[in-house]
Design a protein around this ligand. Structure first.
Ligand SMILES: [Zn+2]
Length: 466
């Protein structure tokens, strides 16, 4: 073969490889009822949805010849779910952290993500991201790991200790600008910030185009209204209000709702986290008997069961107090809804008892229990959350051209919100995981966690490292 011919063959081979790599993966879900969650929300009955590459190519358009057909008859399609408040486990260091120290425990990224995607959670907001979280996000984007989209929040606190600390307005502004440069998506303000630093952080975040979410710093005790400065994006827990409440009354709830409404500040109540705090204060059995516990890393299982402050501080008095707080949080949700404050679903997954993925369905059910309609609860975990993140052009509803994050359900969630748990399959960025695949991934994870249980005793590991 001449050199010229060889070159032609090589170019041909390369073109073929490129074409193969770009061969679109196409799917068509036929005869499905779509709950679009679009601004002009409609239910599109008996529809055909074509997914090509990682986008929704058409709704009721023609089915491409090479598309894989998925039977949607009798099933319901909703947008991929968004959990606006998670803590993804990252490498763990026990004892003192030294420069260049090798982590004592590395979490398998797929194992961290499996419970999320298995539950149809295709986007999460990680509310205290580390450099390792960037690594997890990149691994998903490369396609090495099947996982959700991750929005990263940089947590800024005051006082002294570990993490990003700011005790002057200038320090606060610098940390916000650094976080922006590092690639964070939003800023989480925390409890020990002083008043002026907090205000500077909110202001600088706005200037840098970053959303703000967080705790209301303790410095605002007794003058809560002063924390509601322009551009404070979202309160991260209903508890931020209950700890500032002058008694758990409807009057207090409406007062807080008005404060938020007037300032344009949204609420992510994380009801499930408080419900779990209350449950554990009653009895550790609530954790022991939790069906989804087996999907949690065995070290964290051990921590939840043996080093649990809520259990340690359990008393009849505390249990009654947390129960009344849960009831007040329900009132808060109702009052915020009535005032017209947008409510976003977040779970605080990572808190003991709050299992990633599974907990979002608990939160949806609790939001409905608190007074949201099933449609409003779904909105809290889809379009509203996407709007708050500023990514509603890409995700949050089922519309042509959007990214293919979709959950196929066996039954209608608008009739009973518990039906969001009845998952027939999930599209994660255009990748289809049917029920069999999801169950295989979950069973494999649970089996390995259970087999490894004896290797991860929290107290032994912590004491060894002290
Ligand atoms: Zn949290």
């Amino acid at each position: 073969m001449t050199n010229k011919n060889l070159l032609i063959v090589l170019v041909g081979l390369l073109a073929m490889r490129k074409a193969l790599a770009q061969t679109p993966t196409m799917y068509a879900i036929k005869n499905v009822d779509i709950i679009t969650m679009a601004a002009t929300n409609t239910i599109v009955a008996n529809a055909t949805v074509v997914i090509a590459n990682n986008h929704i190519q058409s709704i009721n358009g023609t089915i491409p010849k090479n598309a894989t057909i998925i039977d949607g008859k009798g099933k319901w399609l909703i947008p991929g779910l968004i959990d606006a408040h998670v803590h993804l486990p990252t490498d763990a260091y026990f004892g003192q952290k030294r420069p260049l120290q090798i982590p004592d425990l590395v979490f398998n990224t797929q194992d961290v993500m499996t419970p999320l995607i298995a539950n149809g959670v295709t986007t999460v907001v990680d509310l205290d991201s580390k450099m390792e979280t960037f690594g997890q996000k990149k691994a998903i984007e490369r396609g090495d790991i099947i996982g959700p989209r991750i929005a990263l929040a940089a947590l800024i606190n005051g006082g002294n200790g570990q993490g990003r600390l700011a005790n002057t307005p200038e320090e606060g502004r610098i940390l916000v600008r650094n976080a922006k440069a590092e690639g964070y998506d939003c800023i989480k303000v925390y409890s020990k910030l002083n008043i002026e630093t907090y205000k500077a952080i909110i202001d600088e975040s706005y200037k840098q185009g970053l959303q703000t979410i967080g705790h209301i710093p303790n410095a605002f005790q007794g003058k809560l209204e002063q924390a509601f400065v322009p551009h404070f994006g979202m309160v991260a827990h209903a508890e931020e209000f209950s700890k500032n409440a002058d008694g758990f009354s409807w009057h207090e709830a409406t007062k807080f709702a008005k404060l938020s409404k007037d300032n344009g500040t949204w609420l992510s109540p994380t009801l499930t986290a408080m419900v779990w705090i209350a449950k554990q204060t009653h009895s550790i059995d609530s954790i022991k008997n939790l069906p989804s516990l087996k999907y949690v890393h065995p070290l964290l299982q051990s921590k939840w069961l043996t080093a649990n402050n809520y259990v340690k501080n359990a008393s009849a008095e505390n249990a009654t107090y947390f129960d009344s707080m849960v009831m007040f949080h329900f009132q808060l949700v109702k009052a915020f809804k009535e005032a017209g404050v947008p409510i976003v679903a977040g779970t605080d997954a990572g808190v003991s008892g709050v299992v990633a993925g599974f907990s979002l369905h608990d939160e949806l059910a609790l939001l409905v229990q608190a007074g949201l309609t099933p449609h409003e609860a779904l909105n809290a975990a889809t379009l509203l959350a996407a709007q708050w993140l500023g990514v509603d052009k890409q995700i949050g509803s089922i519309e042509t051209g959007k990214l293919a994050d979709l959950v196929l359900l066996d039954q209608n969630p608008l009739i009973n919100i518990q039906n969001t748990r009845k998952i027939a399959g999930v599209f994660v960025n255009g990748k289809w995981l049917n029920k069999t695949k999801i169950n295989t991934m979950l069973t494999d994870l649970a089996n390995r966690n259970t087999a490894d249980k004896d290797k991860f005793n929290w107290k032994t590991i912590i004491n060894r490292k002290k």
